[in-house]
Design a protein around this ligand. Structure first.
Ligand code: NDP
Ligand code: GDR
Length: 370
């Protein structure tokens, strides 16, 4: 029997990788996409199948985690074997600008989906994966962070995801659902959203090297993140769902890197050797060869409360699931810069298009980014 999977957030980075992974495993994949005034399916164009395709395996449905009626109808029509809840307003800085919406989509949205499964009597037959996050650890309580480390959320996003984490545990315990939380540390790829820091950096390195951008503006260069590759993390999601018993697992690489070092590596990929000068808000980075300032720190990108250090311990996932990461952060930076260079060389970019790629957090300064 062909297994059916429902993926919310299928148009996002992880949704695209997961859909591809499940199609390769022979699943019938149903993805929920939001209505948008412009195309939002770019990441899944390569796996999308037209509804007229004979023997179709990939289906897209309009939907939204803020609409219970929609979720109930989709679940009752599809009756999936596995549900992967990846949909979220996933930008931490933007969650300070849109806290209520973030709570609604990321927190209550999770409840809506779980409750829709229960209403339809799917709680004993359909397995559920919740996209939980290392942001739950927030203010450092323990290093490295593992499944038993206490949570201390530091943003509206993390607080919403805290609710989603616990409601998933509660539905597992209350109704015997096969519901698991993947506590995933940062994972990136060439499909990463353009306003997350790694992609913002790799795009800038590519654009600056091609003469399409003058400068990169960033916030906290001292933040440390445990960065892995998204393709490997979606495999871990699937592995959790295949276990006999549901449980919660950390996926991480066990290595942490400062934003500043990721910048150095990304620019080295395009042959630019950077030197950092100054401190805090006055820090800049100059091209050692030309003396030109290519990076400035901009206060607009600092968050009201920051998560300074994330470093995960993936021992449980390795021992129980057999999950392992393969790509180092340096290789990740290489792959992302190479992909951005290719993209920009193929598509002649209007200069303003690049300058306007900005982080939503700058909105508070009247500088509305993407
Ligand atoms: P993205 O931001 O790339 O994708 C988010 C997806 O959710 C998009 O498809 C988006 O649609 C969709 N979405 C947003 N709001 C709603 C809504 N109200 N209803 C339905 N769909 C919605 O995130 P990632 O792929 O990087 O992350 C996937 C999940 O994993 C998220 O829940 C994120 O919070 C979580 N996570 C991510 C980590 C990471 O490092 N990437 C680490 C830990 C957790 P659209 O394309 O239309 O915007
Ligand atoms: P994060 O990712 O907040 O960890 O959430 P992001 O890439 O946005 O930030 C990482 C760190 O870099 C610092 N930073 C900047 N960040 C952005 N976006 N833009 C900047 O200009 C900039 N300058 C410095 C940030 O302050 C932060 O410390 C991601 C998301 O995918 C979440 O959905 C997910 O849950 C977590 O990872 C794990």
């Amino acid at each position: 029997m062909t297994k059916k999977a429902l993926i919310t957030g299928v148009t996002g980075q992880d949704g695209a990788y997961l859909a591809e992974f499940l199609l390769e495993k022979g699943y019938e994949v149903h993805g929920v996409k939001r209505r948008s005034s412009s195309f939002n399916t770019g990441r899944i164009d390569s796996i999308y199948e037209d509804p007229h395709t004979p023997d179709q395996h990939m289906y897209l449905h309009y939907g939204d985690l803020t609409d219970s009626t929609n979720l109930v109808r989709l679940l009752s029509e599809i009756r999936p074997d596995e549900v992967y809840n990846l949909a979220a307003q996933s930008h931490v800085a933007v969650s300070f600008e849109t806290p209520e919406y973030t709570a609604n989509a990321d927190g209550i949205g999770t409840l809506r989906l779980l409750e829709a499964m229960r209403i339809l009597g799917l709680e004993k037959t359909t397995r559920y994966y919740q996209a939980s996050t290392s942001e739950l650890y927030g203010l450092v309580q323990e290093v490295p962070q593992k499944e038993t480390t206490p949570f201390y959320p530091r943003s509206p996003y993390a607080a919403a995801k805290l609710y989603a984490y616990w409601i998933t545990v509660n539905y597992r315990e209350a109704y015997g659902m096969h519901a698991s939380n993947g506590i995933l540390f940062n994972h990136e790829s060439p499909l990463r959203g353009e306003t997350f820091v790694t992609r913002k950096i790799t795009r800038a390195a590519a654009a600056i090297s091609l003469g399409l951008q003058e400068k990169l503006f960033l916030g906290n260069l001292d933040a440390q993140r445990d960065w892995g590759h998204a393709r490997e993390y979606v495999r871990g999601m699937w592995m959790m769902v295949q276990q006999d018993q549901p449980d919660d697992y950390v996926l991480a690489t066990g290595k942490t890197t400062r934003v500043r070092d990721f910048v150095t590596w990304a620019f080295a990929e395009v042959g630019i050797d950077l030197e950092f000068r100054g401190k805090g808000i006055d820090e800049i980075a100059v091209d050692k060869a030309t003396g030109e300032t290519l990076l400035e720190v901009d206060a607009a990108y600092f968050r009201p409360t920051e998560v300074e250090l994330l470093l995960g311990d993936p021992t449980k996932a390795r021992e129980k699931l057999g999950w392992q990461y393969e790509t180092s952060v340096r290789e990740l930076a290489q792959e992302m810069v190479a992909a951005d260079l290719r993209l920009m060389q193929q598509t002649p970019f209007a200069r303003h298009a690049i300058d306007e790629i900005d982080d939503g957090s700058a909105a508070s300064n009247g500088n509305i980014g993407v």
